[in-house]
Design a protein. Structure first.
Length: 271
């Protein structure tokens, strides 16, 4: 019996040394806001849900890790990561050049885009057949934009002569669209769907034209943040996001909260 136990312990030690099967799953501490529906939020019974939460769980399953969620206020996300309070940020954190000087990012799991919204049946066409901006279509209309946003910057660059009204709040912009003070608006489709189009006040309006993808103005999207120097973990996370993209999981996560996709259609990362 004693010899059998020694043999079993020896075999288990060998398996652990070679990374086979019996080693315990790692636990990754994942920071999220917990207050940003429909991306990360608590239900009435305290359960964490949302698109970010689904992505975090999907990645963890594929890389064989357990998750311990940490609710973190937004302004403490990157400082907390750098202070080793958690291992990952999965909180709709946009990938920017400034942030990349401090932390590493996975490939995007959510896109950053713009959409036009106007009255149903308006016939307005913001783009030509070749996807170029239809500058002529903006000559006799008024466009609503939130002041000093990426959408404002895009408009100034693409249609500098357009008749633009700028707003301090999205609610004021939606109200003027309803009242006919502006003909179309350009904004974040995810936010506007929740706050306007999916509400009774937005019943007579719809998205017009395709998604506006422009990395120069809107960035490459949202990724998982982690401390620099964790290349092996980053590679595993990128591989998991690739699988979630290609097996349709990100599509499924998107449609739990929106009637349209909010993820990159194709995985665009390194092999």
């Amino acid at each position: 019996m004693k010899k059998t136990m020694i043999l079993l312990c020896s075999v288990a030690a060998s398996l652990i040394f070679f990374g086979i099967g019996v080693s315990m799953a790692e636990t990754l501490r994942v920071a999220t806001e917990c207050t940003y529906p429909p991306f990360n939020y608590r239900t009435a019974d305290g359960e964490l849900r949302g698109y970010d939460i689904d992505v975090a769980k999907g990645v963890a399953t594929l890389i064989g890790a357990d998750i311990e969620f940490v609710c973190q206020k937004w302004d403490g996300m990157i400082p907390g990561l750098l202070a080793d309070k958690f291992d990952l940020i999965v909180a709709s954190l946009s990938i920017t050049e400034e942030r990349k000087t401090k932390i590493d990012f996975s490939v995007p799991y959510r896109v950053s885009i713009g959409r036009f919204i106007g009255r149903k049946g308006s016939g307005f066409k913001p783009f030509n057949a070749d996807n170029s901006v239809n500058v002529a279509a903006f000559k006799n209309i008024k466009v609503g934009l939130s002041r000093a946003t990426t959408y404002d910057n895009w408009f100034q660059a693409k249609v500098p002569d357009a008749n633009v009204l700028r707003y301090e709040s999205d609610d004021a912009m939606y109200l003027d669209l309803q009242n006919g003070r502006v003909d179309v608006i350009m904004t974040n489709p995810m936010k506007s769907y929740i706050s306007f189009l999916n509400q009774p006040s937005g019943s007579g309006f719809e998205f017009i034209g395709p998604q506006v993808l422009d990395e120069k103005f809107f960035g490459v999207g949202v990724g998982i943040g982690l401390r620099k120097g964790n290349e092996a973990l980053l590679k595993r996370i990128d591989g998991a996001i690739k699988s979630l993209t290609e097996n349709g999981s990100l599509e499924k996560y998107s449609h739990k909260y929106f009637p349209f996709a909010i993820h990159p259609e194709k995985w665009a990362g390194v092999q």
